[in-house]
Each structure stands twice: as structure tokens, then as C-alpha cells.
Design a protein around this ligand. Structure first.
Ligand code: ASC
Length: 150
């Protein structure tokens, strides 16, 4: 274990990629990490949704700020889907680990969409925000339909 820790530190010092699992002290932390990133993303995505759906007045500056958080958060959860967390969360389907290429495709689709949502927000045009919001929401839903229970 001590040797492993030393090797991980050495690898980190030299910028060598270490397994994602090595980034978390324990499997439960990886679950908490990915759920936290997804939760923060959903809060900020919801604020854009409120504007897109007319439940809140359109505030172009707020839309950009929220889209920045969404775009950044959308990069994070995936590293938390470590193999040793399978079965720890009732919501994460086994398919995540059985169909890793497909899961990765969904992750990348979302990151592309959130990048386009941010670009749309920066146009300061509500119609652009609405279109990019629904594209992104469709990506959220597609991944949930395939990989999340309930
Ligand atoms: C949200 C949110 C999700 C997605 C999903 C889209 O605002 O929290 O998980 O949109 O509901 O279908």
C-alpha cells in the first residue's frame, strides 16, 4: 500500500495518468462526488430552464453565468463512475459498466451540448437559449433513460 501510494504520488508529480479510482479515498466518495456534480449542474440548468420556459424573466447575464457552471460541471461526474462503485447506488444501472463505450458517448454528447448552451447564452438571444436548453435537456433524458433507474 505504501509502495502504491508512493507510485501514485510519483506518477502525479510526472503528470502520468493514474486510474480514476485513485482519485477517491473510498468508493463512497466517488458516488458522492458524481452525485454532487450532477446536483450542482441540475440546479444551474434549472435556472436556465426557468428562463427558457417563461417561469422567470430572461436575464442574459444570469443565463451566461449559469451556463458556465453547467458547462464546467458537465465535465466532472464521469470520473466518479468508477468500477468499484457498481451496486453502491440504486440509481446507477449496471449498464454503465457493461456498455462503457455507449455511456461515454452519452457523456460526450452532454459536454458538447452544454458547450453549445454556453455559446447560445453568450448570444444574448432567448430563442437561442431555448433551443440549446431543449437540446441539452434531451441529452440529460437520453442518458437517464438508458443508464438511470426510475
Ligand atoms: C433538469 C434536470 C434533469 C434534466 C432532465 C431532462 O433540469 O435536473 O435531470 O433536466 O429532467 O429530461
Amino acid at each position: 500500500m505504501k509502495l502504491f501510494a508512493t507510485l501514485v504520488l510519483a506518477a502525479a508529480a510526472f503528470g502520468i495518468a493514474t486510474p480514476a479510482s485513485a482519485q477517491f479515498a473510498k468508493p463512497e466518495d466517488a458516488v458522492k462526488y458524481r452525485q454532487s456534480a450532477l446536483f450542482v449542474m441540475s440546479q444551474h440548468f434549472g435556472r436556465i430552464g426557468a428562463m427558457a420556459n417563461g417561469r422567470a424573466p430572461y436575464d442574459a447575464k444570469a443565463a451566461v453565468e449559469n451556463a458556465e457552471v453547467v458547462a464546467e460541471m458537465s465535465k466532472l461526474p464521469w470520473a466518479g463512475f468508477v468500477a468499484n462503485t457498481e451496486g453502491l447506488s440504486q440509481k446507477a444501472k449496471a449498464e454503465i459498466w457493461k456498455e462503457q463505450a455507449k455511456f461515454k458517448e452519452h457523456n460526450e454528447k452532454l459536454m458538447g451540448d452544454t458547450g453549445r448552451l454556453l455559446a447560445a447564452a453568450k448570444t444574448n438571444n432567448l430563442d437561442n437559449v431555448k433551443a440549446a436548453f431543449s437540446q441539452t435537456a434531451a441529452s440529460c433524458k437520453a442518458c437517464h433513460d438508458n443508464f438511470r433507474n426510475q
